[in-house]
Design a protein around this ligand. Structure first.
Ligand code: NVA
Length: 384
């Protein structure tokens, strides 16, 4: 197979993509940047957040849905690349810290991103994910055969204790009984678990819209990380920083702001937004005056709102869909309310089962990483 590395948007016609694998997956270890929460209160009473390898039956069930997605993409004529899983149950150690095990290679979206002909490996922000990039190196060396491809690895942070603000986890104690004013103050000071001592970002905090890319300041991406991206890429793209002040634990933008198609011939572009995580007014105005329509996603379907016991993502995985082109989307099969909305916007839908993948870090968008789309670095934002 030959590849061309080129992807500027979330919606250009998809030609090549990476789909993750669940083999050898382990429970994401607790550490300064991550606390596991068991969603089922009965199980949570009995056990702490587990360590080590996940049950083989759970891994097999996720792999069945990941393989089905791969086959669906292949049947559409899209080239699919798969990672090389390492043994994620291994303990890992650097001079500054040690964790009981790693996580998995289900979510390439977090680890790498294609911007134009660049493939960028993120620093990552959590210790358990420090070595995850190793699973994608076979793919990156394949892509290296495209002589136009450029490969950047962001500076690896130490992930030592002084990179994290441990007080973060107690910040929300008694939150629900606080006044609205106190709640707003806590939510709007944008102080997350990563401090600014080192460059850190997960690639899934980025969404691409041609010449403009939008990066969420979050639990997994600090301002230094965004500044590193800006300095590396400012010849090619304009970087915008977004904050979603009502998201208590922002991490990865693809359940919060999901661009679907660009404005064309006086018809507005479409961005799916999260009704519980509104944009700041200034950002909302910016999108709207550039001819983008912001459309709130419906509430997630009841079946998916009850998240699997060991899933760390929110019910808004409902929005974590993948564009095949400007008119076609791959969506989770249970999200019927979202299906109706998208059909009313004249999208064609391809439905896949994906719930078994949720506890491995995300849904359809998270577990993929587009390598080639038929698109350019066109500007879709003429007005500041
Ligand atoms: N952390 C976000 C995005 C996950 C892909 C959420 O749970 O909504």
């Amino acid at each position: 197979m030959s590849f061309r590395v080129n992807a500027w948007t979330e919606w250009g016609k998809l030609k090549t993509i990476v789909v993750g694998k669940a083999d050898n997956a382990a429970f994401q270890p607790e550490e300064p940047g991550y606390k596991g929460k068991i969603n089922n209160p009965l199980i949570a009473q009995e056990i702490n957040w587990p360590v080590g390898k996940k049950k083989q039956s759970v891994i097999d069930a996720a792999n069945e849905q990941l393989d089905n997605l791969s086959h669906t993409l292949t049947s559409l004529g899209i080239k699919v690349l798969r990672p090389t899983p390492i043994d994620f149950s291994q303990n890992i150690k650097t001079p500054g810290w040690e964790v009981s095990n790693m996580f998995c290679c289900v979510c390439p979206r977090d680890v790498m991103i294609t911007i134009g002909n660049y493939v960028i490996e993120a620093t990552m922000s959590k210790r358990g994910r420090f070595f995850e990039y190793l699973s994608y190196r076979d793919i990156i060396y394949c892509l290296w055969h495209d002589s136009h491809m450029k490969w950047k690895t962001a500076p690896k942070p130490s992930m030592n204790i002084n990179m994290y603000w441990e007080g973060y986890w107690s910040k929300f104690e008694g939150f629900d009984s606080k006044s609205n004013e106190e709640k707003h103050q806590i939510l709007h000071n944008y102080q997350y678990v990563l401090n600014e001592s080192e460059i850190a970002f997960d690639a899934a905090d980025i969404t691409k819209m041609g010449q403009d890319i939008f990066i969420q300041h979050s639990m997994t991406t600090n301002l230094k990380g965004i500044e590193w991206l800006r300095r590396e890429l400012d010849q090619h793209v304009k970087i915008h920083v977004l904050n979603f002040p009502y998201d208590k634990e922002p991490s990865h933008i693809d359940c919060t702001l999901v661009p679907l198609r660009p404005p064309k011939n006086n018809i507005k572009g479409v961005i799916l937004t999260n009704p519980e995580r509104p944009l700041l007014e200034k950002d909302k105005i910016f999108f709207e005056k550039n001819n983008w329509q912001l459309i709130d996603s419906p509430l997630p379907n009841k079946i998916n709102s009850q998240m699997p016991s060991f899933c760390s993502s929110s019910k808004w995985l409902s929005m974590n869909l993948l564009s095949i082109d400007e008119n076609t989307l791959i969506v989770e099969e249970n999200e019927t309310e979202l299906h109706s909305l998208l059909r009313s916007l004249e999208f064609e839908l391809i439905k896949v089962p994906y719930r078994k993948v949720f506890e491995f870090g995300g849904s359809i968008h998270c577990s993929t990483c587009d390598i080639e789309r038929e698109d350019t670095n066109e500007s879709f934002f003429q007005t500041n």
